[in-house]
Design a binder for this molecule. Structure first.
Ligand SMILES: Nc1ccn([C@@H]2O[C@H](COP(=O)(O)OP(=O)(O)OP(=O)(O)O)[C@@H](O)[C@H]2O)c(=O)n1
Ligand SMILES: C[C@](O)(CO)[C@H](O)COP(=O)(O)O
Length: 231
């Protein structure tokens, strides 16, 4: 029986937030952003454990925040890129995970994830030969910019999806794919799996599962979380 483990890369600097505080620690509804993500993932009963991967020199994390989270493991092996953080975390888990155990990689910077969507991803892909990811179809018309920031072309959007997380793949396959790929060129786990010749499944996600990337995203995340608590 395969296990399901979530791995949350949380070792970034948040440079696009233009804040001195790494964005995973910015206040969101009065608590550090990553606590919202942790609670959402720990609410998924199908997950055997949740692994948070911090940078080795992270001075922001407070162990007291997670004393009531027994299924949580905190690692301090973050890397210079998101892919390296994920690869390091997977390697740290190698002794306890079987090759066919499922790993769900979820950005710590996506605090609005709905536990029901994670459970649906698990149910949908639990017997899949490759795995896959939550994603949403592109709804806007897409433009490619030239060097002068003028429209160089309109990019056909049919068949285009925006990748989200969690991205769910077997531990063995994901370790091999990330070991073979150049980490700096890999921006999500699915692209490493694709480079290894496999085709991940796209599972309908939710537009509200935003990645907090720019300053204005924080207020939007707060709105989405408040709306969920009042529904
Ligand atoms: N070396 C890195 C870079 C990113 N991440 C994590 O990967 C997720 C998504 O990455 P991104 O939104 O790019 O976060 P940052 O790299 O922190 O942001 P920026 O690119 O603006 O610096 C975040 O939870 C971030 O903490 C990580 O664990 N290790
Ligand atoms: C993994 C991801 O969230 C899928 O859209 C995205 O690729 C992360 O990109 P980032 O630049 O590391 O935030």
């Amino acid at each position: 029986m395969s296990r399901y483990v979530a791995l949350l890369p949380a070792a970034g600097a948040g440079s696009r937030m233009a804040s001195s505080v790494p964005k995973q620690y910015l206040a969101l509804l009065g608590e550090p952003l990553l606590l919202h993500t942790l609670r959402a993932m720990l609410a998924v009963a199908e997950l055997d454990k949740v692994v948070l991967v911090l940078s080795a020199d992270d001075s922001w994390f407070e162990p007291d925040w997670v004393v009531d989270m027994p299924r949580l493991t905190v690692l301090r092996c973050g890397g210079a890129s998101r892919a390296e953080t994920v690869r390091n975390g997977l390697q740290a888990l190698a002794g306890e995970l079987a090759a066919d155990d499922w790993v769900l990689v979820h950005d710590a910077a996506r605090p609005c994830i709905d536990p029901a969507d994670v459970a649906r991803l698990i149910t949908t892909l639990g017997d899949d030969s490759v795995g896959g990811l939550l994603a949403v179809p592109v709804a806007d018309t897409l433009k490619r910019a030239d060097a002068a920031c003028r429209v160089a072309a309109t990019v056909p959007r049919d068949g285009l999806w925006r990748a989200q997380t969690p991205q769910m793949f077997r531990h063995g396959a994901l370790c091999r794919a990330l070991a073979e790929g150049a980490c700096e060129a890999i921006t999500d786990e699915a692209s490493a799996i694709e480079a290894a010749g496999m085709s991940p499944s796209l599972v309908m996600g939710d537009e509200r599962n935003i990645k907090v990337t720019y300053p204005q995203d924080l207020a939007l995340a707060a709105l989405y979380l408040q709306a969920r608590t009042t529904r």
